[in-house]
Design a protein around this ligand. Structure first.
Ligand code: NAP
Ligand code: G4F
Length: 329
């Protein structure tokens, strides 16, 4: 039985990855940090199958202990302050968790179990003000937020530990990926939750920032398969994971409102509060390397993804899916 340690297991990706590894009969250890109220929403259904270890990415001693206890074959470092907008008002915390936290994890692995395979959650946000399109593994980085800067550090320290200590360390440069488990502050979930609220009569507007930004959005369940595949190869390497399609935020809004038969222009209000000090205008990934070398492929399209998120939010908020609601409308 293989053993894996996941940091960030209570987050969107951590929960899908834990499901995947449990299906593959791994023994799964999950690092959880102390919170004032329990935060198991994404993993409630598999909570008892995970061995929980208390720790925090900013506390090296807790990470050393986590590696000692779990003795992992594979470590997936998914924990981060991951919301770009928060990285301006909290740049230091973002740096300590999202940048230095990676060094803490790598040190814990190097000290206790240097033969463990290591996955770092790198991000397309590192491409920022993009210098070429589409973006691939060799595209230079130009981050546009404290979060993006922190991820560039995390990326290069992972490459450096691979080259300095011969560790099996990989970075997945993942483009935006979403699901019904996405945090409510990220734009896809904010829109699908907002549309569901409006449809159910719980709200009458949706306040948004920059509708012109373009993102390459995929489904999180497809993306965690790529993480696992990276650690099953003969050699460690870095890979871009993306759909190869880009859409504006406005297109996202249109698809979600159309799905429930509403005109977005009647409800969306532009609010400066959601406009960022510096924007990443366009992301579009070239994932040919991952397709060729990992045999990775997508299963869920953008439209299907948005519609399933609207359905899940309608169900959560109204306790009925839109398909069921339609029967009564
Ligand atoms: P997420 O839902 O925000 O989850 C973040 C996880 O990190 C949560 O489990 C959180 O714990 C944990 N965490 C935060 N600070 C921590 C700390 N100091 N110590 C220990 N754990 C801590 O993020 P996600 O969308 O699943 O993304 C997973 C990773 O991929 C992140 O590193 C993110 O930056 C990166 N990434 C995401 C995307 C994307 O589109 N989703 C794309 C590229 C890269 P709590 O539950 O206690 O808050
Ligand atoms: O959903 P977002 O907050 O995601 P963002 O900033 O692209 O970051 C996500 O993807 C990265 C990978 O590229 C990850 F590394 C990162 O951890 C995170 O998962 O915003 C997407 C776009 C932005 O251009 C933003 O300005 O949507 C625009 N937007 C417009 N109105 C909005 C809003 N974003 C949010 N969150 N809220 C709005 O009201």
């Amino acid at each position: 039985m293989k053993r894996a340690l996941i940091t960030g297991v209570t987050g969107q990706d951590g929960s899908y990855l834990a499901e995947l590894l449990l299906e593959k009969e791994y023994k799964v250890f999950g690092l959880r940090r102390r919170t004032s109220t329990p935060n198991y929403e994404n993993v409630e259904h598999i909570k008892d199958q995970i061995e929980w270890i208390d720790g925090d990415l900013t506390d090296l001693s807790s990470l050393i202990r986590a590696i000692e206890v779990s003795q992992p074959d594979e470590v997936y470092n998914l924990a981060a302050q991951s919301f770009v907008a928060t990285s301006w008002p909290q740049p230091i915390a973002t740096g300590e968790i999202t940048a230095m936290g990676v060094t803490n994890m790598l040190e814990a692995v190097r000290i206790v179990k240097p033969d463990a395979r290591f996955y770092q959650a790198s991000s397309s946000e590192m491409f920022g003000k993009v210098v070429e399109t589409p973006q691939k593994e060799t595209t230079p980085f130009y981050p546009r937020s404290p979060y993006g800067v922190a991820k560039v550090y995390g990326h290069w320290i992972t490459v450096n530990y691979r080259e300095s200590f011969n560790m099996f360390a990989c970075s997945g440069i993942l483009f935006n990926h979403e699901s019904p488990r996405r945090g409510l502050e990220f734009v896809t979930r904010k829109v699908t939750d907002g549309v569901a609220r409006i449809k159910l009569g719980l709200a009458n507007e949706l306040r948004m920032g920059n509708l012109d930004a373009k993102r390459d959005w995929g489904f999180a369940g497809d993306y965690v398969r790529a993480m696992w595949l990276m650690l099953q190869q003969d050699n460690p390497d870095d890979y871009v994971i993306s759909t190869g399609e880009t859409h504006t935020v406005q297109e996202l809004v249109e698809i979600a409102f159309n799905y429930v038969g509403l005109d977005w222009q009647e409800y969306v209000v532009l609010d400066e509060k959601f406009v960022r000090p510096a924007e990443v205008d366009l992301l579009l990934g070239d994932c040919n390397k991952a397709k060729k070398k990992l045999g990775w492929n997508l299963e869920v399209s953008f439209e299907k993804l948005v519609e399933s998120m609207v359905d899940m939010d309608l169900e959560r908020l109204g306790k009925k899916s839109f398909k069921q609601l339609k029967i009564y409308l």
